[in-house]
Design a binder for this molecule. Structure first.
Ligand SMILES: Cc1ncc(COP(=O)(O)O)c(C=O)c1O
Length: 436
């Protein structure tokens, strides 16, 4: 089958995500037949370097033998079973290992990131209700935050293009200053700016904490805001404030968890433990949909009672799917046995050196943490995002700028040669774009 044939059928039959479908009258879809390592291959075998890890999910490359093998083996034993009233070994083993890694416990599973956010928000509200504090029902998030797009998750998301249309349907929430260092005044260090934002949060909490259930944040990187990075001290301050004002801290590590920022979880860089952690995306190495919300024992205990109504009666049909759990277990095995974090440290130094060669272009805020690198292009071109994306594709690179931010978040298996090639493509693209 040719590219053209499949893309026409896709346009007729599939409603693609995050897309104004009419734009595909000009912008062709790319039909992918197979993947291998960091590469995706279309129907005509043209290849694309997947520099966005297929929406930040893929860790160890496409067609990974170990994860594939684990899923196949699990398939021979059990593909799925209801998790209410039943259990199975993959979900138990995964829960034990995630608890050991995060210091939290009692994994509550769903299939996508937004559901994990919803679960954390509902659990937090319900916890306070079970504690006879039903007035604690409001949520705080950061400006420019992104936590998913179902109605609850969208209520704590602050990205206008996703949120504005649905605003009348959403919960009333509060957004406090984002510590994203790009928003600092000239001359202000990342730490100084983070402390200023923490002071703003304190002012708000000191006046409103009695009605606040939780604060939800993306630790260290606000990815959908355009890879907005901030100083770990902000997390430490936030942890202290949440303790002082009795507000839950929900760490949304859906995008930054599983090694993206250099540590297994971003919170580790601030040596803090949240009350809830939401995980998804990389949890299965990018193989199958799975998400999970973990919480403290104190929170779990507040639901443990004779009364059903005090329990957390939330559910999804595919909760704790054994195939997805087996992919997650294989992913954790790879982390443990192949020293992934140590290897990534070297790779991220290499990536940083290469990215530094782009400084001669009209870019600002060249920044990196772990395996996420980004810069903001200085241009007045209104269609920069679309043009850059298209030109990159024609060179065999899958990058999706967020507004004027170009970022790389490749699978960890990217080689030094592939980094060289990728950064060389970015340099040629920046030249070709004739930026103004
Ligand atoms: C920080 C964060 N939270 C939540 C989500 C939502 O995850 P999903 O797209 O799986 O619903 C995302 C997705 O990009 C994310 O980056």
């Amino acid at each position: 089958m040719e590219n053209q044939d499949l893309l026409q059928r896709s346009l007729k039959a599939v409603w693609h995500p995050c897309t104004q479908m009419k734009h595909h009258e000009q912008l062709p879809l790319i039909p992918i037949r197979r993947g291998q390592g960091v590469w995706l291959y279309d129907m005509n075998d043209k290849r694309y370097l997947d520099a966005v890890s297929s929406w930040w999910v893929n860790l160890f490359g496409h067609n990974h033998p170990r994860i594939k093998h684990a899923i196949k083996q699990q398939m021979d034993a059990l593909e799925h079973v209801i998790l209410a009233g039943f259990t199975h070994e993959p979900v138990v083993r995964l829960s034990e290992r995630l608890a050991a890694l995060t210091g939290l416990g009692h994994c509550f599973y769903a299939s996508d990131g937004a559901s994990a956010t919803e679960i954390a928000l509902k659990m937090s509200f319900h916890y306070w209700r079970n504690q006879d504090q039903p007035q604690k029902r409001r949520f705080i998030s950061l400006q420019n935050s992104y936590h998913g797009e179902t109605l609850g998750a969208l209520s704590v998301t602050d990205v206008a293009i996703f949120r504005d249309t649905y605003a009348p349907l959403l919960l009333e929430t509060v957004q406090v200053a984002s510590p994203d260092w790009r928003l600092a005044v000239k001359g202000e260090s990342a730490e100084q700016y983070a402390l200023r934002c923490a002071a703003d949060l304190e002012t708000y909490l000191s006046q409103h904490h009695t009605e606040i259930a939780a604060l939800i944040i993306e630790p260290l990187v606000q990815c959908a805001a355009g890879m907005g990075m901030y100083a770990p001290i902000y997390l430490q301050k936030v942890r202290g404030l949440c303790n002082r004002y009795q507000v839950h801290l929900i760490a949304d590590e859906i995008a930054v968890g599983f090694g993206r920022t250099g540590t297994m979880f971003a919170c580790e860089q601030a040596a803090i433990k949240p009350d809830f952690i939401c995980l998804s995306k990389g949890i299965t190495g990018g193989y199958l949909p799975l998400s999970v919300t973990l919480c403290t024992d104190d929170i779990y205990q507040a639901f443990y009672a004779d009364s059903s109504a005090r329990g957390f009666l939330h559910s999804h049909s595919y909760t704790g799917n054994p195939l997805a759990c087996s992919a997650a277990l294989a992913t954790l095995d790879i982390f443990e046995e192949e020293q992934v974090l140590a290897a990534n440290r070297q790779k991220s130094i290499y990536l940083k050196q290469k990215m530094a060669t782009l400084r001669s272009f009209p870019i600002q805020h060249l920044r990196q943490i772990g395996m996420i690198a980004a810069f903001d292009v200085e241009t007045t071109q209104p269609d920069f995002q679309r043009v850059f994306y298209q030109k990159a594709l024609s060179r065999g690179v899958l990058v999706r700028p967020i507004d004027k931010t170009v970022y790389l978040m490749p699978p960890y298996v990217i080689s030094e040669e592939e980094i060289d090639w990728l950064v060389a493509q970015l340099a040629e693209l920046l030249t070709e774009m004739q930026l103004t």
